[in-house]
Every structure is written in C-alpha cells, then in structure tokens.
Design a protein around this ligand. Structure first.
Ligand code: C2E
Ligand code: MG
Ligand code: MG
Length: 705
C-alpha cells in the first residue's frame, strides 16, 4: 500500500510538473504538501522556504520581512491577514506583485477535505501589455470608448472622450453606447458600430446635445475577461465643414458668392440632360465701361461695384432663374421655365434698367450700364458650348450697337464670325503676297495750306474682294497678333517713303496698343529709322488712349525714350475715350488730334464747338499742337483756323492716296512705288494739293461723291 501510495504520488508529481502553471497543495492547516517545479520558479526568492510541512503563513511572514512583497510594505500584518483570508475563502483570482517586478495571478480552491489547491500564473507580460494599452487608451488624444459587446454598455472612456463629449467619466461608465448616437444615425438603424454608415462616418451627440460628425474605428478585444469593443471616434466636423467650403468655393465666385462658370455650365448641362428640347435662355451680361471704373477709382471700388451689381441682378430674378458671375465684369443668367419666351425680354429690360441706376460706393456716385446677349434653347442650340457661344455672339452684337442694349442671337451673327475667321486666314498671307500697301493723307497747316506731313494709313487690296477697310481688318489683326507684323511693315514703309519727301514733311504712323504689349516698339522704331535714314523728328507716332489705360510703367518709359529720340507723339481720336487730362500731363505728347466726330458736326452742334474750343485751349496750355481730323468742308477749315487750330486733315484737303500722288516730284522716274502701291499717273493739276491757303479742296468732288 505504501508502494502504491508512493507510485500515485510520483504520478501526481509528474503530472503537475508537466503543467505550465505553478501548482501547490496545502493541507487544511495551510501546510505545504506538494508543489511543482514551476511553482518554485515563480517564487524564486522564497523557494528555500518551501519545505513539506512548513506553514504558508510562516513563509509569507519571512518573505514579507525580507521585502519579497512590495505591496505589503508599511502594512505588513494587514497584508498577511488579507492574504490568508483570501486563501480561507477563495473567490475571484487576484494578482500579486513580487519584488523583482513580476506579477503573479493567484487562484485558489478549497477542496472538500479542507485542503487547498493553488494555481500561479506569471502574468507579468500580460500586465505590461495591459498597462501599455491602458496608457495608450487613457492618454490618447483621440476620444476612445470601450464597451461590452453583449450589454453594449460603456466599460471605459478615456479622458479625451470625457472632455470632447462633455461628460464626467462617471456619467459615461455603464451608459449604453447608443446614447452617443445622434438621432439621424439612430434612424439608420445602426445601433452598433459594426453596422454603421458605410464610410464609417457617424453623427454623434455631445452631452450638451450638439451634434458632431465622427469617423469611427472599432475593433474587438478582451477587456477584463469580457468580449468588448474598442471604439475610437475622430471628430471630423471641422474637416467636413472645410471640405464643404472647398466644394462651395470651387463652384462659386469668391467676390460675389454667385455661382461661377463651373456651376453655371453644370446647370446648363443638367437642364439639357433632363430634357434636350427644354426651352430655356442664357443671358450674358457685360458691364459697359467697367474697366474705366477700375482704372480711375481703383480695384477695391471696382470689386464693390461688382458686388452691388450682383445683388441688383439677384433681386430681379424670378422663379427658375440662376445668376452667375463668369469672370471679370461678365455675369450670366439661366432662365429655365416653360414660359421663357414671354418672360425673358421683360426680365432683361428690368435688369438693364436696375443696373443703370446710380450706385453709391464709398461716396462715389457710379453710373454703369450693361449690355446683354441672349440665346434661347432649343432654337439657338442644344449643347452648352453652342448656347454660350451664341449668347456671346449676341452680346458682341449688342455692344456694337451701343450701351445698355440687349440682343437676341441671330444666325447671321455666326456668319459674321465665320467671315472674321476667313479674314484672319487671308490676312496671314497678305503681307508676303504684297497685298498690303500704305497710303498717305496730308496733314495741312491751316494758316498756309501747306503740307506739314502725312498720316500713313494701311490699305489692303484683296485679290478677289477688293479693298478691305482698316476698320475691318485692324481689329482682326489686333486679336490675332498679326498687328505686330503689319505695324512693322507700315512703319518701315512710311519711313522709307518719307525720306523721299520734302524735308519739312513729317510722317505720322498709327501704333496699336497691342504692339506695345507684343513687341518691342522702341526697337522697331529705331530699326525703321536706321533702315531708312529718316531723322527721328520727322516721325510722329499716333496712339490712342486705349494704350494709356493699361497702368503699365513700361509704356511710359517707352514713350519717354521715343520722345527723347526726337520722335513726335500724337494723341489720336482725342475726345472719344476718357480724354483724361492726366494723360496729357503725364505722357510726353506733342500733338492732340481732335476726333473727326466733333469736326463732322462742328457747325450743327454747339456742343461740338464747345468741345473743340476746350481741346484747343488745352493744347495751348499744355504747349501741344492741335490737329483736327475729318475736315470735309472749307467752312470747317476756316472755322478751325480762326479758333487757332494749327493743322487739319480730311477729305477737304485730300483723301488718303499713294505717296507718289502727293509728292510726284519725289517719285519722278520711279514708275511704280514700293509696297505694291500702284501709282496712277498724275496729270490733272486739280488732283494736287494746293499750297496757297485754305481754299478749294483738291478732291472735293470725290469727297462729296
Ligand atoms: P485714324 O488713325 O483716326 O485715321 C483717320 C481715319 O479717318 C482714316 O480712316 C481716314 O481715311 C479717315 N478720314 C480722313 N479724313 C476724313 C474725312 O474727311 N472724313 C471721313 N469720314 N474720314 C476721314 P482709315 O484709313 O479707314 O483708317 C481707320 C483707322 O484704322 C485709323 O483711324 C486707324 O485707327 C486705323 N489704322 C489705319 N492704318 C493703320 C495702321 O497702319 N496701323 C494701325 N495700328 N492702325 C491703322
Ligand atoms: Mg491716326
Ligand atoms: Mg483718328
């Protein structure tokens, strides 16, 4: 029997030694009976005390005295008593820390005979993990919740969660997780984050009832022995707001907050997609003379004006209308309603009328008008590009008719555009084919009737279409950049011709503002002078105010350099633009050309007379010569002369013609003038300029014809 008992004990020992946990058996008095290898390893420090028959409470006491149990420090007796009590009435497992920092989980059971079986597990590693999780959880700046997967109640919430949601930690503990959800997330039926919104973005509710949008991340984990869910909630309310702001900004104009071109187009596309036969109108608005406001009063007033205009337009909008700012001073309206044909005209008239009322901006009374082009679908097109283009063509036509005009698209406008394209195409080769030439119109000294010089005016003889007026092709050349080559050609030709003329005769050449932008005017002029040998003081350049509108200091410095060379500068078409006195003061002009419109009705209109007189006295006080354009009648020449105007130009004296017809002596022996200009033989003395004062015009007949 003894052998049998020995065998059993050995088998038991083998069995418990094979267990991964530490195992100990105590008799009902708490004396050691048996323990396994692992048990001794766990308590390395106290292993010497484990002797069969020794009482655990004694080994505990020795261990406490030696400081093996840091938790007992300072309350030794109490600790021992608690420990023994746990052993007498075993319940939940508990943990114990040893002096080497390891954590041991203790589980004890009292068996029927009163003996005790104890299990020990080294949980140091798990504790470390738990601790690092605790730190990660508690100190995380992202609000985090841990809740029980079965009860859905919150088991832990970190500081950030409490702070962000505005709860005290105690309020959150035990609270059903669903209570965080805002109403509409609840309505989705999504009570568990497992079944939340597809994109993981939830609406949560804070303690104060306010709503936030959160991106939720969750994962399952064990927490204190229970399956739980860790939930991190990142507040993306602000991000969403700024995303929404960005989306808004991409489709709206920052200045007026009206929809921009992108949104405008999208709307047009949406209407067409809905019904490709839908009747709707596109109205394009362009402010008249807005550039002038910007240039004279500054951009900040210009911006405010645009905002005011936007508001006025919006106030006029009926149902089914959307206003947009397409850029600059360009506004647009989509009028989308079945009765569009009836309402569009009254609407345009109302807006044009409203915009025309004075604006009061920072003490400035500003008057501005709007021109409008209109295209109506499906009549004028059934795709956005065509409708916009046709509205634009109509706008262009409206502008051509004057200010404050509205114009519906007409198919002929498209033909005009087509013609313009053809013109551009043909103009490209015109110089090299020798189709361009330069004619000259005398500038006559009124007092003596002598030719003071000539204005060079470009002429285009198209092989099939004949003469094409510069008023038609110069704008095309300006739009396409061809003006650079044309301008250079005219300048060279004019200098070459003028060299042949009597030395007192100047030559005036028109320069387009575009030339100042796209090419080096100074260099071109220098080259033309050098190539011809013309003295700079015999060259005069005519420029219009459009050039000076650009607040560009390089223009001023170019003009100053030209002036320093001795080249004369005329302000062309004076009186039609801003006629700004500051231009006369700030730019080195030597001559003012009174626009022909004032000369034309000089005798009929007292206003024109007043303007002409004003310009003359301006010229006198600035020390500039004044020349009147468009003099067609002897009476006008006499009147201007009497007022003190030095020079005149017009059909009364001579139409523009080839140089050889004006200065035949200079071209004697040259059968054909350069530049392809065909010279008609001059045999009629009446075709020659008179040099004996302002008397019968030489080509009066043709002027009258
Ligand atoms: P502009 O510089 O004001 O030239 C005067 C225009 O008035 C010329 O028209 C001339 O033929 C016309 N004219 C002259 N006397 C009379 C008159 O008594 N009655 C009337 N009704 N008209 C008169 P044109 O040659 O058709 O030129 C028109 C415009 O085209 C010019 O106006 C000028 O701005 C531009 N232009 C002409 N040649 C050139 C050029 O070589 N370069 C540039 N950049 N522009 C040019
Ligand atoms: Mg001119
Ligand atoms: Mg002119």
């Amino acid at each position: 029997a003894h052998r049998k008992a020995k065998m059993a004990e050995r088998r038991l020992r083998l069995a418990i030694d094979a267990m991964p946990q530490g195992v100990v058996f105590l008799d009902p008095d708490g004396r050691y009976i048996l323990w396994n290898q692992r048990y001794s390893e766990i308590y390395t420090k106290s292993a010497d005390l484990f002797v069969p028959g020794a009482r655990m409470q004694d080994t505990l006491r020795i261990g406490v005295e030696r400081g093996d149990y840091p938790e007992a420090a300072g309350r030794e007796e109490e600790w021992i008593a608690e420990r023994l009590a746990k052993m007498q009435n075993p319940g939940e497992p508990h943990e114990q820390v040893l002096s080497d920092g390891r954590w041991i989980m203790i589980e004890e059971r009292r068996l029927e005979d009163g003996s005790i079986i104890g299990l020990r597990v080294d949980v140091t590693e798990m504790k470390a993990k738990e601790e690092s999780f605790r730190l990660l959880f508690q100190n995380n700046p992202i609000p985090m919740f841990l809740y029980d997967e079965e009860t859905n109640r919150i088991a832990a919430a970190n500081d950030s969660a409490c702070e962000h949601y505005g709860y005290r930690a105690a309020d959150l503990l035990g609270m059903p997780i669903q209570e965080l959800h805002a109403a509409d997330t609840m309505r989705l039926g999504a009570t568990s984050p497992r079944h939340g919104p597809q994109d993981g973005s939830w609406k949560h509710r804070k303690a104060d009832g306010s709503q936030i949008e959160v991106a939720v991340y969750s994962r399952s984990m064990m927490h204190e022995g229970r399956p739980s869910i860790l939930l991190a909630a990142i507040d993306i309310t602000e991000r969403r707001r700024s995303e929404a702001r960005l989306v808004h900004m991409a489709r709206h104009d920052a200045l007026t907050n009206l929809p921009n071109r992108v949104l405008f187009r999208e709307r047009v596309e949406a209407i067409l997609k809905r019904d490709s036969e839908a009747p709707f109108a596109i109205l394009l608005f362009d402010l008249d003379e807005f550039k002038g406001v910007n240039d004279t009063l500054g951009h900040s007033i210009g911006d405010k004006l645009l905002q005011h205009v936007a508001r006025r337009i919006q106030q006029c909008l009926p149902q089914g209308a959307l206003a947009a700012r397409l850029g600059g001073d360009e506004f647009a309206i989509i009028l989308d309603r079945p009765d569009v044909e009836e309402v569009v005209t009254p609407l345009v008239e109302r807006i044009v009328q409203d915009v025309r009322l004075p604006f009061d901006i920072e003490g400035h009374q500003i008057l501005i008008g709007a021109s409008v082009g209109i295209s109506v679908a499906p009549r004028d097109g059934s795709d956005p590009d065509r409708l916009l283009k046709n509205a634009d063509l109509a706008l262009y036509a409206a502008k051509g008719r004057g200010r404050g005009v509205h114009q519906f698209f007409e198919p002929s406008m498209d033909r005009h555009l087509q013609e313009r394209r053809n013109l551009e195409f043909e103009l490209r080769g015109a110089i090299s084919r020798g189709e361009l030439c330069v004619h000259y119109q005398p500038l006559v000294t009124l007092e003596t009737g002598k030719i003071a010089g000539c204005e060079a005016l470009v002429r285009w003889t198209h092989p099939k279409r004949g003469q094409i007026p510069p008023g038609v092709f110069i704008p095309v050349a300006e739009d396409t950049g061809l003006i650079a080559a044309i301008g250079q050609f005219v300048l060279r030709q004019a200098c070459q011709d003028a060299v042949l003329w009597p030395s007192e005769a100047k030559v005036a050449v028109n320069l387009s503002p575009i030339q100042f932008k796209s090419c080096n005017v100074l260099e071109t002029v220098l080259q033309a002078l050098a190539a011809s040998g013309l003295p700079p003081h015999r060259l005069e350049l005519e420029i219009t105010e459009a050039l000076l509108l650009e607040k560009d200091s390089s223009v001023l410095s170019t003009l100053n350099s030209l002036r320093a060379l001795g080249v004369g500068l005329s302000m062309d078409d004076f009186g039609t633009g801003y006629s700004s006195l500051s231009y006369l003061r700030n730019f080195p002009f030597t001559k003012i050309k009174i626009d022909q419109s004032f000369v034309r009705d000089l005798r009929a209109s007292a206003n024109s007379q007043a303007i002409v007189q004003a310009i003359l006295s301006l010229g006198a006080s600035f020390g500039m010569k004044v020349i009147a354009e468009g003099v067609e009648h002897a009476e006008d020449a006499a009147y201007l002369s009497a007022l003190g105007c030095q020079e005149g130009q017009g059909y009364y004296f001579s139409k523009p013609k080839p140089a050889a017809e004006i200065f035949p002596e200079a071209y004697q022996g040259q059968a054909v003038a350069r530049g392809g200009a065909a010279v008609t033989p001059i045999n009629d003395s009446a075709e020659r300029i008179r040099t004996d004062g302002v008397k019968p015009p030489l080509d009066r007949r043709s002027a009258r014809a």
